[in-house]
Design a protein around this ligand. Structure first.
Ligand code: PEP
Ligand code: MG
Length: 324
């Protein structure tokens, strides 16, 4: 089976009806880039940049060190695009001595909230990413945005970072801007996000956690952590639908994207871009190659409307395979 999958490395991810599906990879370090090329992905949909900041006793990397790291990640991709998420710390991603003192860290000063509270740190990262973008295709992705005021602050900080580089005469490149949709509020107000951002990326790991009020890392409630909960599916479906209607790209970069049990459902909901662990790319590609998206729309809609989507998915999975 492994060998059979490996042969798909250079096969384009195209459905039976000729739709090209973008299969991207998630990375945590620049050293992960070669694995992305090897996996047969077409780029990085999520570079979790916080891993450059964690595990160093709270001593944060400066602009030059970050620039070198982003540039190395980009060059390791051999011309493919790199989406860098700005620092996403808090709760399950602690930053020593800096963050996590909140009473409830999952709901506290974290991710973009922390970045906007530490504008000097934030602009250091923005400048490093902008500089890396002089060397290839780089996108910027912002985690846990939920408020319109956060969007306008992000854009203001970005303009400031650009003018700081201008003042120093340092070269930088153009970037596309994206927001993670991982807080239910963001999914519900997705039209506002679509006005400001070039693309969206649905973080199902946190979207499930916050929609269901289930700590994603707590074993005691792990059984209730359900990607197929009807409320989660409604939010995911709405974001995909609105982004497609607006002609903007939308990706799923949470664990759901790399689980072949969900590939057809996400395709049926209109998703055309997936980002996952490099080790999952070939299996998802195989599923894509076997799928005819024309046969999925009504079926996905029925799963979405079911009282029990898990049962609906299981009952119909077999008939879909024979359809394809
Ligand atoms: C997510 O929340 O789904 C996501 C991709 O980000 P992370 O797992 O890093 O929180
Ligand atoms: Mg997240």
């Amino acid at each position: 089976e492994r060998e059979r999958l490996t042969r798909l490395r250079h096969t384009p991810a195209q459905t039976l009806d000729g739709q090209t599906i973008e299969l991207l990879a998630n990375i945590e370090q620049p050293e992960d880039s070669p694995a992305v090329v090897k996996a047969g992905a077409v780029g990085v949909g999520l570079f979790r940049s916080e891993f450059l900041f964690m595990g160093r006793g709270g001593k944060l990397p400066g602009e030059e060190e970050q620039y070198q790291a982003y540039r190395a990640a980009l060059e390791g991709l051999e011309g493919m695009p790199l989406t860098i998420r700005t620092i996403d710390v808090g709760a399950d991603k602690p930053l020593e001595g800096k963050i996590n003192a909140s009473l409830n860290p999952a709901l506290g000063l974290r991710a973009i909230r922390w970045s906007l509270a530490e504008p000097v740190m934030f602009r250091t990262q923005l400048r490093a990413i902008l500089r890396a973008a002089a060397h290839g295709k780089v996108n910027m992705l912002f985690p846990m945005v939920a408020h319109r005021s956060e969007i306008t602050q992000i854009l203001a900080q970005l303009r400031l970072a650009q003018s700081e580089l201008d003042a120093r005469g340092v070269a930088y490149g153009k970037v596309e801007l994206g927001a993670m949709i991982e807080i239910p509020a963001a999914a519900l107000m997705v039209r506002t996000f679509l006005q400001y951002f070039d693309f969206l990326s649905i973080g199902t790991n946190d979207l499930i956690q916050y929609t269901l009020a289930i700590d994603r890392a707590d074993e005691a409630v792990a059984e209730l952590y359900d990607p197929l909960h009807p409320a989660v599916l409604q939010l995911v479906a709405q974001v995909i639908r609105e982004a497609n209607a607006a002609g903007k790209s939308v990706c799923v970069c949470g664990e759901m994207a790399g689980d072949v049990a969900f590939t057809k459902l996400l395709l049926g909901l209109g998703l055309r871009s997936f980002s996952m662990h490099p080790a999952q790319v070939l299996a998802v590609k195989q599923e894509v190659l076997r799928t005819d998206t024309r046969k999925l729309h009504d079926w996905a809609q029925a799963v979405l409307d079911a009282d029990d989507p898990t049962a609906a998915l299981q009952q119909t999975a077999d008939s879909l395979t024979s359809l394809a």
